[in-house]
Design a protein around this ligand. Structure first.
Ligand code: TYM
Length: 337
């Protein structure tokens, strides 16, 4: 990805600190972020304020923040070259989300697919934070005046809302925010569960054999891949509607190797699913070897993680302050300092 303009374009994106990153987070998101740090001014967030929208334990949240930062760095997000920030350390995200909330139609939030899914899951503990979540996400993006937002397919609807809110703010007050563009990778944007390939790979999957974590040991990765659900056919062919399991494994292989689906089909023509799964396992194990080794190194170094987050959050705060003083002025808030 090239960026030839003199002033670097700004990239902003984030993940929730929900413990271990899975292969969907990696292929749909973090791996691509690492490829952007040379050409863009990057702000990569650990969004702990989003993580409290569902029931959680405070001590686990803290542990998960460290763990998430160690995994970011292990995936190639060098804190010297990009800004790794902790959302709750940067003041302004919640303020802007309130302002955006006041121009956001309630119906737009009630229509969000992820809200509807999560609302079903957390029926007995449904809080308004869950409904308001996409406004906070819009604030995360607009507060950096980001040009580009690399995400997986599941965040598309949230980015559309962000663009609508930016436009609405600009029309209501005066041009302030750039309209951010989503960047969704061609392969890896929607990695499915290995056990139920009709739903996306997720940390909260009740069947953990369907979720590959980037820090899983090689034998665990292989076992999960070898037991992935396939179909009664025996032909390696890309067809998500009738061969969801095989197509998902092909997507994983394509994202790691950059091979096309046609190339993969040719390579495995006449071979059985066992051979194919074993080749997928080899590619995944090999592709994550470096991440796993670096994670082991970084995860034990608390001070390295703290200094990375401190540096990144301070840089993020500087950018946020500039943007927020503009926003406050536009909406008519006063400052007597
Ligand atoms: P989160 O934490 O669920 O996921 C982080 C990133 O991983 C991508 N992803 C996937 N990609 C492919 N296949 C999957 N199965 C899969 N599962 C997750 C997500 O698309 C995401 O890019 N709301 C966001 C966090 C957020 C954010 C933001 C993102 C908060 N503020 C501002 C971008 C910009 C979320 O819950 O991601």
């Amino acid at each position: 990805m090239e960026n030839s303009t003199e002033q670097k374009k700004v990239v902003m994106t984030a993940a929730q600190p929900t413990g271990k990153l899975h292969l969907g987070n990696y292929l749909g998101a973090v791996k691509n972020w690492g490829e952007m740090i040379e050409n863009y001014e990057c702000y990569f967030g650990i969004v702990d304020m989003h993580a409290i929208t569902v029931p959680y334990v405070p001590a686990d949240l803290k542990r998960n923040v460290y763990d998430c930062a160690a995994q970011y760095m292990a995936c190639g997000l060098n804190p010297e070259k990009c800004n790794l920030f902790l959302q709750s350390m940067v003041k302004g995200h919640a303020d802007l989300s309130w302002i955006l909330g006041c121009i956001c139609p309630l119906g737009a939030l009630e229509r969000m697919t992820q809200y509807k899914d999560k609302a079903k899951k957390h029926k007995e503990a449904l809080n308004s934070g869950l409904l308001y979540y996409p406004v906070l996400m819009a604030s995360d993006i607009l507060i950096y005046n980001a040009d580009l937002v690399p995400v997986g397919e599941d965040q598309k609807q949230h980015i559309e809302l962000t663009r609508d809110l930016a436009q609405k703010f600009n029309n209501t007050y005066s041009p302030t925010f750039k309209i951010p563009e989503p960047y969704i990778p061609k392969t890896g944007a929607r990695i499915m569960s290995l056990q139920s390939p009709e739903s996306k790979m997720s940390k909260s999957d009740t069947n953990q054999n369907g979720t590959l974590y980037i820090t899983d040991e090689p034998n665990v990765l292989r076992k999960k891949i070898m037991s992935a659900v396939t179909d009664s056919d025996s032909c390696v062919r890309f067809d998500p509607s009738t061969k969801a399991g095989i197509s998902n494994l092909m997507g994983i292989m394509a994202a790691f190797t950059k091979k096309t689906y046609a190339e993969i089909e040719n390579e495995f023509a006449g071979k059985g699913y066992g051979d194919f799964k074993s080749a997928v396992a080899d590619v995944v194990i090999e592709g994550l070897a470096d991440v796993r080794a670096k994670y082991k190194e970084f995860s034990t170094d608390k001070s390295l993680i703290e200094s990375a987050l401190k540096k990144g959050s301070m840089a993020a705060q500087r950018r946020v302050n500039k943007m927020m003083s503009k926003v406050y002025r536009k909406v008519g808030f006063m400052n007597f300092e």
